[in-house]
Design a protein. Structure first.
Length: 318
């Protein structure tokens, strides 16, 4: 069956349901979501007992884990979970920042769950993952921004599933040297920090972040010899010259792995979609990125940061 995914509920956690803080408005403006073009439809399947989707569902529920797949309302949830892949979200499901595009709940976070790294690692082992992606909410309330929690989880995964490659999608940690060094010491295979949007739109879309600071973080990662990845979402009102400059900035600051996808408005108080980018335009940006020098590029309407992450890591590693 094919549905507009923004009109069809995700398979929410049956025990806990949706975080009530997700209902908090992002702004005072009300912008009803518009109908989606034909290329933004996805095929969904209902979980049946024993299939891969049900297995991942059971795993994240039984270990009380969070995934960005659900917390950020990713349109690829069915696709990825059927492949037994999920992006674990560490440090809770409440973010200290309120970005206009994001569907993760924001507010005052709970204390860190010190048993979470162990549960994530056991989940990775039980699902027999070959590649895992770890992300986290912003934890500006913590001195290290949550870097130590990332590192502990990486260490645990290496203990329980040593053959699994590890990709981390990190916040900017306010560009703190000590936080980044904690992460480097844990030796993940890929470090991803998403730029998200072009410099001109940062003050509007993500006012608690800083474009140059994000570039600084990416450059710092690259200089330490780690595979460096970033992602850009389109449809927020960027112009062609904005995108070209952003891609050139990312490359000049050491990024070699890139994802480009379509912004989708999660709710009526989130920033409204300014444009649905056509598939051929995503292909144009893919070709432009490769000409710029990027090594791996995933570009398309439904592409997200963790899109086919294992395959792209294998391509880069080889």
């Amino acid at each position: 069956m094919i549905f507009h995914f923004t009109k069809w509920p995700h398979f929410k956690k049956s025990k806990e349901g949706m975080n009530p803080l997700k209902k908090k408005p992002r702004s005072k403006n009300i912008s009803p979501r518009v109908d989606l073009p034909s290329w933004m439809k996805v095929r969904v399947s209902f979980p049946t007992e024993g299939d891969a989707l049900a297995k991942v569902r059971e795993e994240v529920e039984s270990k009380k884990l969070h995934t960005v797949c659900e917390s950020a309302s990713c349109p690829n949830l069915n696709h990825c979970w059927n492949r037994r892949t999920a992006t674990y979200m560490l440090s809770g499901d409440i973010c200290t920042r309120r970005c206009q595009y994001c569907d993760v709940a924001f507010g005052k976070p709970n204390p860190l769950d010190l048993e979470e790294p162990e549960r994530v690692a056991r989940s990775v082992a039980e699902l027999e993952l070959r590649h895992v992606v770890l992300t986290a909410v912003n934890r500006d309330d913590l001195k290290d921004g949550g870097a130590g929690h990332f590192a502990e989880t990486i260490t645990k995964i290496k203990t329980y599933r040593p053959t699994c490659s590890i990709e981390v999608l990190i916040p900017d940690f306010k560009a703190k040297e000590e936080s980044l060094q904690i992460l480097y010491a844990a030796k993940p295979n890929i470090i991803n920090h998403n730029i998200e949007t072009v410099e001109r739109l940062f003050p509007t879309i993500t006012p608690q972040k800083n474009y140059k600071r994000s570039l600084e973080v990416l450059a710092h990662i690259a200089k330490h010899g780690l595979l460096t990845k970033s992602g850009l979402i389109l449809g927020l009102g960027e112009k062609e010259e904005d995108v070209k400059q952003c891609l050139e900035d990312l490359f000049q600051h050491g990024v070699r792995m890139l994802t480009i996808g379509q912004y989708l408005q999660p709710g009526p108080t989130h920033y409204p979609v300014q444009e649905f980018i056509k598939p051929e335009t995503f292909e144009f940006w893919k070709e432009f990125a490769y000409r710029t020098g990027f090594k791996t590029v995933a570009s398309g309407p439904l592409v997200r940061s963790s899109y086919h992450a294992e395959e792209y890591f294998s391509d880069e590693a080889n």
